[in-house]
Design a protein around this ligand. Structure first.
Ligand SMILES: [Zn+2]
Ligand SMILES: [Zn+2]
Length: 242
């Protein structure tokens, strides 16, 4: 169990924003570590079940099913996180698909290939596991295009907030003392660049419920990390749009 917890922590680590954003050296190393840890739990687990428990017993089959189901649920925390944030983390699609394929390779080899080196009898149930894992990957990819909440019925959706509201007047913010030039401008607290209040495009800016103004893109990136206003730390509700 503690091994499994360790595994969960390492999944969480990889989902932390700075762990693997680009495919730079550190990112690749991090990814490799995740795969090594994943198989470091999976292979001894399968080996233990096959060595110490009669392969044909019900118990062994159940243990195997539980172990594999638990380990191949690894996309669920990210799907859930996307739902809670109301915004889908911009994971690369090739990363999602590639990751699933790499993770599924060994179990498919052992449970579908009749001449595998461990002499495990092939079982059609392995394809249920493959379908289960790939459907999670599919949900994750679809969340990017259809919005994080696309599969949740409207009545069950959490309270969402539209960040595309019109800009509050600068007076509403505590801008006392601002000089004449900046008075007509909001400044994005993330990139410190002016937010064009006169722009007709509402998607260029975002207004939080606490009336702080950001660039849409800046706030979206921030909300992938934290659901908290960077200025006043008020909670940020999920976005109405994915
Ligand atoms: Zn900005
Ligand atoms: Zn705020």
């Amino acid at each position: 169990m503690s091994l499994y917890l360790k595994y969960l922590i390492c999944v969480w680590k990889v989902q932390s924003p700075d762990a693997f954003d680009a495919l730079n050296a550190a990112g690749r190393r991090g990814l490799l570590t995740v795969y090594v840890k994943f198989y470091a739990v999976l292979i001894p687990g399968v080996y233990t079940i096959y060595t110490f428990i009669d392969t044909r017993s019900r118990l062994s089959q159940w243990l195997m099913a539980i172990l594999l189901t638990a380990m191949y649920s690894y996309w669920l925390p990210q799907i859930w996180l996307n739902v809670r944030r109301g915004v889908a983390r911009r994971l690369r699609i090739d990363y999602i698909v590639g990751s699933s394929i790499v993770h599924l390779f060994l179990p498919v080899y052992f449970f579908a290939c009749p001449e595998n080196i461990a002499f495990i009898r092939p079982t059609p149930l392995i394809w249920v596991l493959v379908a289960y894992n790939l459907s999670q990957a599919a949900v994750l990819v679809l969340q990017r295009f259809l919005g994080a909440l696309f599969f949740i019925p409207a009545v069950l959706r959490p309270d969402v907030y539209s960040y595309c509201a019109s800009l509050p007047s600068v007076d509403e913010e505590s801008c006392v003392g601002a000089d004449q030039q900046t008075e007509s401008m909001h400044k994005c607290p993330i990139c410190l660049m002016p937010v064009d209040a006169t722009s007709s495009s509402e998607s260029a800016h975002a207004v939080t419920p606490c009336h702080h103004v950001y660039h849409e893109a800046c706030l979206a990136s921030w909300m992938e990390i934290k659901l908290e206003c960077p200025v006043c730390r008020a909670a940020l509700p999920p976005r109405v749009d994915g």
